[in-house]
Design a protein around this ligand. Structure first.
Ligand code: GLY
Ligand code: MN
Ligand code: MN
Length: 435
């Protein structure tokens, strides 16, 4: 699916409208050295990508608001010698044409031109305080304008954090973004099915990680959206386990939390299944509680509900389950009140999802949990993690289960973007045992 550059330009127009006046500056970011002269794969800053789609490092977006709005780009010049080694560069002229800018300049002119763009403006909008070197560079341009005030030039007096307006925009996904997120969800789900089919006792966690990666790349995804968690047995009780170096053992569960990044957008799925293809009684008992908690949370994802309602619903089902399983004693309301459930469920039930796996957007507005609205995309990911302890029935020791899906709020409920990854006990056992 080709990128739709009109959508990027429309986002810039909406941002310019929200700015009202002044100049906005946003950087793509730089390549990061891995060692000596090799680099980590470059990924544009998410805000920069959201507004441009332009893929090259070092590029800088400049937006001028006001009566004569302008969309400008600074980027690397064409360089036939470097392009032989490192590949194609657009150069300013082609970049402006292909990506819909009103003008583009070589990067080498950035330090000279920026003070000119800032002169006479009241407001300077940028991502304040995210990157020390970038802050210093922008202050250098600001001071270059201030140095000219005696000749009648006005320097921006107000610094505005662009995140305020951009986070609100990124929170509500447009139809073109939802298409990409559906694809990220599908690819991620297919990768989980692949892992499910290939898991068996004696194979290693990293082999399952390789199966996921193979499925991601084969489907055209760039990379995992975050380090894949492939956690067999007790490792599932380590929430951010990423060593992925242990052998899978019969009788253990395997928790996989992995998602693809597709054209910048993240998938984020967790499935937990038995290495040997059949849940034991105790594993199944805990699994059914987590699955019911997820169903209860999903039921709350709809306009009119607030951000916290899915979490509250999941906590209630999980806590009741903990009592039924003999993990906690007491009445459910009191155990929730006293946070007793946090011993076995210590994270929240989800987060916004988009270009970042933990995406932009506030969770509270005016101190109140935010109402859910169509176009918001979030994860729903309850879990239960039971570490060995004398006061816990031994049958449940080292069981760690999480079930995570990605959902888009729709006018009358939600759309699950990752439903192709099986999650009922019967469906998982069916895929594992009969392909
Ligand atoms: N894999 C990161 C998360 O689920 O939040
Ligand atoms: Mn998640
Ligand atoms: Mn996850």
């Amino acid at each position: 699916m080709p990128l739709d550059y009109t959508a990027f330009r429309q986002r810039r127009e909406r941002l310019i409208h929200a700015m009202g006046s002044g100049v906005a500056i946003l950087a793509a970011g730089s390549e990061l050295a891995r060692n000596r002269d090799t680099h980590f794969p470059f990924r544009s800053d998410s805000y920069f990508h959201y507004l441009t789609g332009f893929p090259e490092p070092e590029a800088v977006l400049v937006l001028v608001a006001g009566d004569e709005p302008r969309h400008l780009l600074f980027c690397r010049d064409k360089d036939p010698d470097k392009e032989i080694w490192d590949g194609f560069r657009y150069g300013p002229a082609a970049a402006a044409e292909v990506y819909g800018f009103d003008g583009a300049f070589p990067l080498a002119e950035l330090d000279d031109r920026m003070p000119e763009f800032l002169a006479g403006q009241a407001d300077l909008h940028y991502l304040v305080g995210r990157n020390g070197a970038w802050d210093a560079r922008i202050m250098g341009w600001l001071n270059a304008v201030r140095a000219k005030v005696r000749s009648g030039v006005r320097a921006p007096a107000r610094l505005v954090d662009l995140a305020d307006s951009l986070d609100e925009m990124r929170l509500i996904k447009g139809p073109e973004e939802l298409d990409l997120m559906r694809r990220a969800g599908e690819i991620s789900a297919a990768a989980h099915v692949r892992a499910l089919r290939n898991a068996r006792p004696g194979r290693y966690e990293y082999e399952m990680e390789a199966e996921l990666y193979y499925a991601f790349r084969l489907a055209g995804a760039t990379a995992p959206a975050y380090p894949s968690i492939v956690a067999g047995g007790a490792n599932a009780c380590i929430l951010h386990y990423v060593n992925n170096d242990q052998v899978l053992r019969d009788g253990d569960l395997l928790l996989i939390d992995a998602g693809a990044e597709y054209q910048g957008y993240a998938g984020d799925i967790t499935r937990t299944f038995p290495v040997g293809g059949k849940f034991s009684g105790p594993q199944k008992a805990v699994y059914e509680v987590v699955l019911a908690a997820q169903a209860a949370a999903l039921e709350q994802v709809r306009p009119g509900r607030t951000w916290n309602q899915p979490h509250d619903a999941a906590v209630r089902v999980l806590t009741r389950g903990m009592v039924d399983l003999g993990l906690l004693k007491g009445d459910v309301d009191g155990l929730i009140e006293q946070d007793s459930y946090k011993r076995f469920y210590m994270h929240r039930t989800g987060h916004w999802l988009g270009l970042d796996v933990h995406d932009a957007g506030d969770y509270k507005v005016d101190e109140q949990w935010r109402p859910l609205q169509p176009g918001m995309v979030l994860t729903v990911e309850p879990g239960m993690y039971i570490r060995p302890s004398e006061d816990v029935p031994g049958a449940y020791w080292n069981i760690g289960i999480r079930i995570e899906d990605d959902v888009n709020v729709t006018p009358d409920g939600c759309e699950v973007l990752t439903g192709a990854a099986p999650k009922s006990v019967a469906a998982i056992e069916e895929v594992m045992n009969h392909g």
